[in-house]
Each structure stands twice: as C-alpha cells, then as structure tokens.
Ligand binder design. Structure first.
Ligand code: ZN
Length: 330
C-alpha cells in the first residue's frame, strides 16, 4: 500500500525530530600538555610529534553495542567497569570486565619513531612532513610518556624496544577477536582437513591468546605489546612472538621496566611451557604484554613478583588494601 504524501512527510518529520532530540555527539577531551623530551636518536621532538590530541574522526565514539562473536551463538558477558582508578583490574571475570562504553579521556598518539610499524617511515623521515606520516598507535598520555622514557633509557644502553600495539577500543577489540577466530578456522582447515572445528572450541582457543572485548587490558590505554627485533628464525622481525623472551631486550625489561612503572601481565604457567595456558590469568605466556601502573606500585610489586604473585593478583590485593606489601622472600 502506498502512503499518502502528507502522511509520509509527517512520518519523516517525526523521524527527523527524533534524530535531533537524541544526537550522538562526541566531544573528545583536549590533549594534555607534555614537556618535550629528546628522542633516542638525539633529535628533539616537538610536542605535536607525540601528544597530538586525536581528531574526533580518529577516535571513534564507542558504539555501545555488545560485541557479536562469530555467528553470535556464544553471548559474551558485558562488563560495567571503568578505569577511573588507575589500578583497576581487568580480567576474564565478568566482574572485572570493562564497559563497552568505557574510553579513557586522555588517549594520545604515539610518535611513529617509537612504534614497530613506524620503522617503515624512518627511511622516509627526511622526505615526509611528520603530518604526512600516519599515526598507527595510541595510548593514555601518562603511559606514552613513561614508554618513551623507558625506550630512550633502553636505547642508551644499546637495546631497541618498540611499541607494537597500544590502546584498543572495545569495538576495535571486537573486530580483532573476530578476525582471529576466522584465522583459527583457516589454520585448522589447512592443518587438519579431516578435523571439524566447532565455533565454541575456536573461540576458547583464541581466548587463550587474545582477550574477549571488555576483558582486554588494551582497552585501558595503559597496556601495550612491546617488541624487540627477533634476529633469526621463522618469526624474524619486529613481531609479537614467544621468542621475544630470548632477546636481550626482554632481559633488560625484566630488570628495568618496573623503574618506569611497567609490569608484565601474563607470566608463564607453572609448567614453564610458553604455550600452556596459565590458569591464574587464563592466558598463555605473553612476554610482550606490559601494563603501566606507575613506578611506585610497580616498585612495590617486585617483592610480590619474587614470591610468584601475578600482576592481577597484586592489583586485587592493592585495591582491597592500599597498604598491601609483600615481604621479600628468603
Ligand atoms: Zn597485549
């Protein structure tokens, strides 16, 4: 049935006024002021090189939609958490998951010279204006500042570390997780043509290496994947791989990262086998995944680390009792 023109017009008008009544306008907070530092290459960086406030088009507002995993048969829990407290624990536990709407207010760009992808542009830096170089990674402002200071300190001792992956919005993590599930299917089909891989087992398998949206520390904007150059083998390059822990850079991070406020989130399981899931975190060993919690808590964590406590366990204890300390093991 065709609607009379005047009815259609009033329906459209109603729809328009409804749209005007509930606009989705997003105002990102202005970027912070950061004191310029000198990069590891000795080139002074302008503040705009590393603390560019993100344009609204770059930092997409959260859709607020629950992430649909695969066909949607498996409904993931929706968290309510935020990180207004800097030591917020984020885990697979639904009680410790972040809300799909949670975005930190001070997300800034990471200068490309500090990212692994930015290595591509180092060759072109004299030909391109900094504004021509796409920013690929972002983090919360305090985490960027601390990471740059740490990378500079490492570089001064001949150790190169780069940021591989920083802040990931809930919606980004949703896309990443679904992409990994698709890859899991492809890998299994290629490796074991006779094996049927059901969706739930693919999701479970991917979830030992990648967080379900809402349970990723990357949504905090203070967690990051740090890589060093893997010199040989099938994973040669600036890659996120277990071999990271065989590099001098990892040894340097294990000895020094806490001084800059960083802690390792996902240690090896008791078996010592990197690919075994650590039941205390729910993830395999991730020598590349570090979280910025600030130098004072990270310093205090060291005695707890010596006692075998995970970062999450330490932060839970600290959230319950701010005076919590571990006595040094003898
Ligand atoms: Zn990570």
């Amino acid at each position: 049935m065709k609607l009379p023109a005047f009815l259609l017009a009033s329906a459209l008008g109603l729809a328009q006024s409804f749209a005007q009544a509930t606009p989705l306008v997003y105002h990102p907070a202005p970027g912070p002021t950061i004191v310029p530092v000198v990069s590891s290459q000795g080139i002074p960086l302008a503040p705009s090189d590393y603390a560019t406030p993100l344009a609204p088009a770059t930092l997409l507002p959260p859709s607020g939609q629950q992430c649909k995993i695969g066909s949607g048969l498996y409904k993931i829990p929706v968290g309510t958490g935020n990180a207004r407290r800097p030591l917020t624990v984020v885990s697979k536990s639904p009680q410790e998951m972040l809300s799909p709407m949670y975005v930190a207010s001070d997300i800034v760009n990471v200068p490309y010279t500090y990212t692994s992808e930015g290595q591509l542009y180092l060759f072109l830096q004299h030909l391109l204006k900094p504004t021509d170089i796409p920013y690929t990674e972002t983090l919360r402002a305090p985490a960027v500042k601390a990471f740059m200071a740490m990378a500079d300190a490492a570089a001064s001792q001949g150790i190169a570390i780069k940021l591989y992956s920083g802040y990931r919005a809930y919606d980004t993590q949703c896309g990443t997780f679904n992409h990994k599930i698709r890859n899991e299917f492809i890998a299994n089909v290629n490796l074991h043509r006779e094996n049927h891989v059901d969706e739930m087992s693919a999701i479970k398998s991917v979830n030992t290496r990648s967080a379900i949206p809402g349970s990723s520390e990357h949504q905090l904007g203070t967690a990051m994947d740090i890589v060093s150059y893997i010199p040989s083998g099938p994973h040669q390059g600036w890659n996120v791989e277990f071999e990271m822990d065989q590099t001098p850079a990892f040894a340097w991070l294990q000895a020094n990262a806490y001084k800059f406020g960083f802690v390792l989130s996902y240690p090896k399981s008791a078996s010592g086998i990197p690919s075994d899931v650590n039941p205390r975190t729910g993830y395999v060993y991730e020598p590349w995944h570090w979280r910025y919690i600030g130098p004072v808590p990270a310093g205090r964590y060291q005695a707890c680390r010596a006692r075998g406590m995970t970062t999450q366990e330490f932060l839970r204890a600290l959230n319950k009792n701010p005076q919590f300390v571990c006595s040094v093991a003898h």
